[in-house]
Design a protein around this ligand. Structure first.
Ligand code: GLC
Length: 538
């Protein structure tokens, strides 16, 4: 064990999941107290690698970089973001999904948990943490509501997809109304909300240096309730989380049921954040042990079975089927004939990615942006895999970025496949919306991933492509077409997370130290088990 001067643990120890499990309780208390181990190391690592300027990382109160504050697009974006602020009894509690008066509101007049993440990050980066704190506490209160769909009760830990402030003009009184999936299209509960909530709590703690919010008994309990939902034992044979279709950003039927990459990557990230935020009391410790075990199994599973590069693709192409017992190579009995035609051209010689889904006899080879970026940020991807993901984005720039960053998934599904997979969804026709549409909000995730992998120039290129059009088109929710040339068929204008995603990307490029809010350092002790091609080792 390396003893650091102040008597607290070294980063390697925090990251050593194996060892952490074996440590006596006393030592674990020390580890818990050293909350910023990972942060400090990230700072020095990036500085040594020369990949990012980490000036503000260790200094939560570092001054805001004034440089871009006067940039005309940034000024406009801030005005739009402030305009989207939602107040509850006089306090800011979130941002509205879209302020588009030309379209029917549906639920776009609500504060969505997932949509608020880039807004919250922008406010944290701007040293305005109040709205984030309020949001965290308000959504926590909503979590404790009794949640019921028809006659069925949802798990206690479920966080809302969205909420709304209702004003009673007679009593002049405001109340909150939340949706846990019981009003959503398809009646699906948002699995991602709880994970984003934990990730935002860590971002708040990290950027403000204020640990008192996370330490509140109600925050600790809220976290444990979320974790209980996904760490409970059942019939699972995989460490990944089994989900219904449409339980995340893609909140409609799109063939993302099973084990979607978006949820698995967010699950991994939230587990790692919780490990830092949980207190070392009796209950906290029990959860930490379960988390450590799960992280271990989850990273093995994802890195082994979700990873695809040229070598692995070729292996699948040559797979034998109907294998049985422990010696099976093709463990999930995937039929080589199920490999889609497009994948052979799409896969570059150098590069790779985590595929969309892996379950018995099913590999969804589609590329999903959010899952792959979060895999980089959480270090679910090894450094070699992170490099490979970025290599792929560069090699397939036209397909994934085109004229508007960034494809939510690639490629689109069409014709018969579209009918079967989406159930003939007219909103998700080919190259539109969730089906291969381009979402400006994803800019912040791309930028963070670019900075973490030392390629900020890629993000800069993407931001430059987007900014003038975003303003001209009034911040659309998404763009359509293979290259993202058209404002989306049913896209809302003045979509808040398009504004916030752009702002966060700009702010991080200006001061890469903000990366620390949303990135976790590599866990050096969970090594990849399978080395599959050169793209891993280059
Ligand atoms: C759409 C998106 C969803 C988002 C919501 C509000 O339904 O698919 O991810 O949270 O709009 O913007």
């Amino acid at each position: 064990m390396t003893v650091v001067p102040d008597g607290l643990c070294s980063v390697a120890e925090v990251d050593n999941l194996d060892k952490l499990l074996d440590k006596p309780p006393k030592l674990r208390v020390n580890i818990d107290r050293q909350r910023s181990c990972d942060e400090r190391s990230l700072s020095s690592e990036l500085v040594t690698n020369g990949t990012a300027r980490m000036s503000g990382l260790d200094a939560p109160g570092a001054p805001f970089a004034a440089g871009i504050d006067s940039h005309p697009y940034v000024v406009e974006a801030w005005a739009a973001l402030r305009h989207s602020m939602v107040y509850f009894r006089g306090q800011p509690v979130g941002t509205i999904a879209a302020s588009d008066n030309t379209e029917e509101n549906l639920n776009y007049d609500q504060v969505f948990v997932r949509d608020f993440i880039p807004s919250g990050l922008a406010f944290l980066m701007h040293k305005e943490p109040e709205v984030v704190k309020n949001f965290i506490l308000k959504t926590l209160r909503l979590q404790s509501w009794e949640k019921k769909i028809d006659r069925f009760h949802l798990g206690e830990g479920v966080m809302p997809a969205s909420f709304k402030v209702l004003h009673d003009p007679v009593r002049n009184y405001e109340t909150l109304m939340a949706d846990f999936g019981e009003s959503a299209i398809g009646r699906v509960a948002p699995v991602d909300s709880g994970f984003w909530w934990i990730i935002l709590l860590r971002a708040y703690t990290k950027s403000t240096g204020d640990t008192s919010l996370a330490e509140l008994p109600e925050c600790q309990k809220g976290m444990r309730l979320i974790l209980s939902l996904c760490l409970s034992e059942g019939f699972d044979t995989f460490p990944t989380l089994l989900c219904a279709d449409g339980c995340c950003m893609i909140d409609r039927r799109m063939g993302v049921y099973g084990y979607p990459i978006e949820i698995q990557a967010l699950f991994f990230m939230a587990l790692r954040c919780a490990l830092v935020l949980l207190k070392q009391d009796e209950e906290g410790k029990e959860f930490m042990e379960r988390i450590v075990k799960r992280l271990h199994a989850l990273s093995y599973h994802m890195r082994s079975y979700f990873w695809l590069d040229l070598k692995q693709l070729n292996d699948i192409y040559r797979y034998k089927t109907e294998e049985y017992s422990h010696t099976a190579v093709n463990k999930f009995n995937v039929m080589p004939d199920s490999l889609p035609e497009w994948i052979f051209d799409f896969m570059p010689s150098r590069g790779g990615y985590f595929i969309g889904n892996v379950s018995p006899a099913r590999m969804d080879f589609r590329w999903f942006c959010l899952g792959n970026c979060v895999a980089i940020l959480s270090s679910l991807a090894t450094p070699e895999q992170s490099t490979a993901i970025m290599d792929l984005i560069e090699a397939r720039w036209e397909e994934l970025v085109g004229e508007m960053p960034l494809k939510v998934c690639y490629p689109a599904i069409e014709s018969h496949e579209w009918k079967i997979i989406t159930g003939c969804d007219p909103k998700n026709t080919r190259w539109s919306y969730h089906n291969g549409g381009s979402w400006p909000v994803l800019l912040w995730l791309l930028t963070a991933a670019c900075i973490k992998t030392g390629r900020p120039h890629i993000a800069r290129r993407a931001v430059e492509l987007a900014e003038s059009r975003l303003i001209k088109d009034s911040w659309p929710e998404y763009y359509d077409g293979k290259l993202g040339r058209y404002v989306g068929k049913q896209a809302r204008k003045h979509q808040t997370w398009s504004v916030a995603g752009y702002l966060v990307a700009k702010l991080m490029l200006e001061d890469p130290s903000y990366l620390g809010m949303v990135a976790l350092e590599e866990d050096r002790h969970v090594k990849p088990v399978l080395k599959r091609s050169n793209s891993w080792t280059c």
